[in-house]
Design a protein around this ligand. Structure first.
Ligand SMILES: Cc1cc2nc3c(=O)[nH]c(=O)nc-3n(C[C@H](O)[C@H](O)[C@H](O)COP(=O)(O)O)c2cc1C
Length: 253
C-alpha cells in the first residue's frame, strides 16, 4: 500500500503553465508534461490515495479540448484533484467550474482551483508576468496556506461583449516559405502533431502559438479570421489578480 503521491500534470505550449508547475514541484510532486502528443499516449495509473494537480491554459474561455481529451483518458479512482487555470488576462470564462466538472466526470474529487493570469500568447504587451512572488503565492496555495473563496462567489473578469468575442478564435498558422529553412523545430514543440517542417495541418492546429514562438527564422505566424486578437486581446488584456477557490468542502475528505 504505497504512500500518497502528488502528480503535477501540465499542458503548456507557451510556457506559462510550465513555470507554475515547476514552481509547485519544488515542494515535491512528480511532473507530467503532457504538452506533446507522445507524452499523452500512456496514462498513469492513479490510486484513490493519490493527489493530482492539473495546470491548463484557458482557450476560448474554457478548458482546451485537447486537455479535456487527455483527462478523459485517466481514471481518477476517487483521488483528489486541484486545478490551476492559466489565462491571458482577458477573460477566464468558466474555466474552473468546467474543469471541476470534467475532473469529477473522470472519477476525481475536485478540491481546490486557482485562476492565474499570465502573459497572453497573442498579446504584444507582456503583462501579468509570473514573478517569483506570484509563484511563491501559488506554492502557498498548494500547501493550503492561502484563503480559498467558495467557487460559487467567483466573478467574471470581463464584460459580456468580450465574453462573446472570446467565444471562438478562428484562424490558421501560416508559413512564410521565403524564410522557412525546414529545420523542424516547429514540429518538436507542436502539441497537436499539426506542424510539419514546412507546413501545418489546419485540421489539427489548435492555434496555440508554440511554433510561432519557437521558429528561429520568424517564418510562422497565426492569421486570424476573427477580429479577436487585434481588437480584443490588446484592448482587454489587463493586469488581473490571482484568485483561489475551493470547489466544495474546502479540501477535507
Ligand atoms: C486558442 C487560444 C485561445 C485563448 N483564449 C483565451 C481566453 O479565452 N481568455 C484569456 O484570457 N486568454 C486566452 N488565451 C491566452 C492563453 O490562456 C495564455 O496565453 C496562457 O498563458 C497560455 O498558457 P501557456 O503559456 O501555459 O501555454 C488563449 C490562447 C489561445 C492560444
Amino acid at each position: 500500500m504505497g504512500s500518497s503521491k502528488l502528480r503535477i500534470f501540465y499542458f503548456s505550449p507557451t510556457g506559462g503553465g510550465a513555470a507554475v508547475a515547476n514552481a509547485v514541484a519544488k515542494d515535491g510532486g512528480e511532473l507530467f508534461d503532457v504538452t506533446l502528443p507522445e507524452n499523452r499516449i500512456i496514462p498513469p495509473q492513479i490510486c484513490s490515495a493519490d493527489e493530482n494537480l492539473f495546470v491548463f491554459p484557458v482557450y476560448n474561455r474554457g478548458v482546451p479540448e485537447i486537455c479535456a481529451q487527455y483527462v478523459r483518458s485517466l481514471k481518477g479512482n476517487g483521488s483528489f484533484a486541484d486545478v490551476i487555470c492559466i489565462y491571458g488576462g482577458v477573460t477566464k470564462g468558466k474555466c474552473l467550474p468546467q474543469a471541476a466538472k470534467l475532473l469529477s466526470d473522470c472519477g476525481f474529487v475536485p478540491r481546490k482551483g486557482a485562476c492565474v493570469p499570465a502573459p497572453h500568447c497573442y498579446c504584444k504587451r507582456q503583462i501579468n508576468a509570473l514573478t517569483p512572488e506570484r509563484l511563491d503565492l501559488i506554492r502557498d496555495f498548494m500547501k493550503g496556506k492561502v484563503h480559498l473563496s467558495p467557487i460559487s462567489s467567483e466573478k467574471k473578469c470581463a464584460d459580456l461583449s468580450v465574453q462573446r468575442a472570446m467565444k471562438r478564435v478562428t484562424g490558421r498558422c501560416i508559413v512564410d516559405h521565403s524564410l522557412c529553412n525546414g529545420c523542424g523545430k516547429c514540429r518538436e514543440v507542436c502539441p497537436s502533431g499539426a506542424a510539419d517542417a514546412t507546413s501545418t495541418d489546419d485540421a489539427l492546429c489548435i492555434l496555440c502559438g508554440a511554433c510561432v514562438k519557437k521558429c528561429p527564422q520568424g517564418a510562422r505566424r497565426i492569421k486570424f479570421y476573427t477580429p479577436f486578437p487585434s481588437l480584443f486581446v490588446n484592448a482587454n488584456c489587463k493586469e488581473r489578480k490571482d484568485e483561489f477557490f475551493c470547489f466544495s468542502d474546502g479540501g477535507t475528505r
